[in-house]
Design a binder for this molecule. Sequence first.
Ligand code: ZN
Length: 496
Amino acid sequence: MTRVPNVLKLVVAATLIAGIASEEVRAQTSRLDASGNVREDSYIRIPLSVADQKYAAIDGGRMKDLVREVTQISLANRNDETRYWGRIAGTRGEEMAREWVEAKFRELGMVDIHTQEFDLPTQWFPGSFDITVEAGGKSYSFESLVPALRSNATEGTLDLEAVWVGTGSTADFHGRDVRGKAVFIHSIPAPGSMGHSAGAGWEGAIRRAQDEGAAAIFVIYGISDNFTIWQGLGGGITVPGAFMGYADGDVVKELIGKGQAVRVKMRVDIERRDGLKSASIFGTLPGATDEDIFVLAHLDGYFQAALDNASGISVMISLAEYFSEIPQAERRRNLIFVGTAGHHVGSPGSRWMHDNRETALANAALMINAEHVSVRQTVYWGPEMRMTDIPSPRRWWVNGSDLLTDLVLDAYRTFGVAVWDHIEDRAAGEMGSVARDLPSIQIIRSPEIKHTDQDIPEWIPEAGLEAVARAYAKIIDEVNTLDRSALQPKQRISGR
Ligand SMILES: [Zn+2]
């Protein structure tokens, strides 16, 4: 590590004080990249112990390259008209991600590489849409404004009076007539989470708007930036609706705040596509016994989907690369890697494992789900959500013995994988349906950028990718010193 001499720090400080363009500062520091951001290789990393030196082969820079390769697949499937693009389940984008994973499996010399296909139920896609806000003789259209995921089409073009209800509490709705109008709700995200206040189980404002007779519902998502998000309005919402970003929503708020007449013209076509298919891809690094360890990562995602789930795919491939270098005789168990099908449309791949657990999981010792593993902690600074240089702590899940739980948490601590203070009561995400069928582990983080156009590689810290993959590698090594009986959760006492 190079230390910055004090004299240089003074030069840097003096340059900043003088207000000179930071070009010169960059030239003098090895800690900032060309954009003036803290370099990824300057992030906090826990030094490896002598015993863990072997995990140095798992490298965050290499892992970030894998993330970029997967996000490139999304960019190749961009659609600027509907803005519904990425590695969308049932489309070429998801299929290309599967082909990319399959090619990696082949390069690594895996055996029993095969796909498992699923028929998808009728799938929702936005057709063409045209939504404008009209006020003071001007017409406004907004880049972040897209129909809500799985929302209904309009009957022709709606022409509606706009009404602002703040965050949409009962107090906001009190004495306000929203019947037949376009209701604008400002939804506050839980900082660090894609959960937001207008949804069910929180303020319930979307539901309230429909119950009060709204003709259309507009949800302004966030307290910063201008995210385009693919997000549903919630169960039972049948009126058409849309999401828009904070900055665009602010424009509507200002227009309504002037007291002038504000109207919304809204036409949304929806396509329902039948006959689409999704598939999981399997590859195996054979071990010395007939017992199995599964590593899952879901393939599909919205927009670039760097966190959700190029980050998990990168961990899966990196584990495969690492263990492919270990002689088969020293790999106690088969490592079965699965890029799973259609996560955002019902997870048929992992559901199949649950439905066929008596056979498919008969010899399973452990399942690891690699999903949303490494994202920068966010901070809000004015109307901007800022990135920090530390991976955000994750929710975590272990289904297994106390021994397994300790072993897993010790590995997280060893490599600096921060987690929440308490285990989740269920495994969120792709592994949800199958997690209780066998010893299973995961960490997962779902921040504000999830399902938005901002789920880009810049949000994914190399140091976090590396720490998680190293921790999972060590967990696999340690689990392979234990018999399956030592990993199983305690039997539930009957009647509880
Ligand atoms: Zn996901």
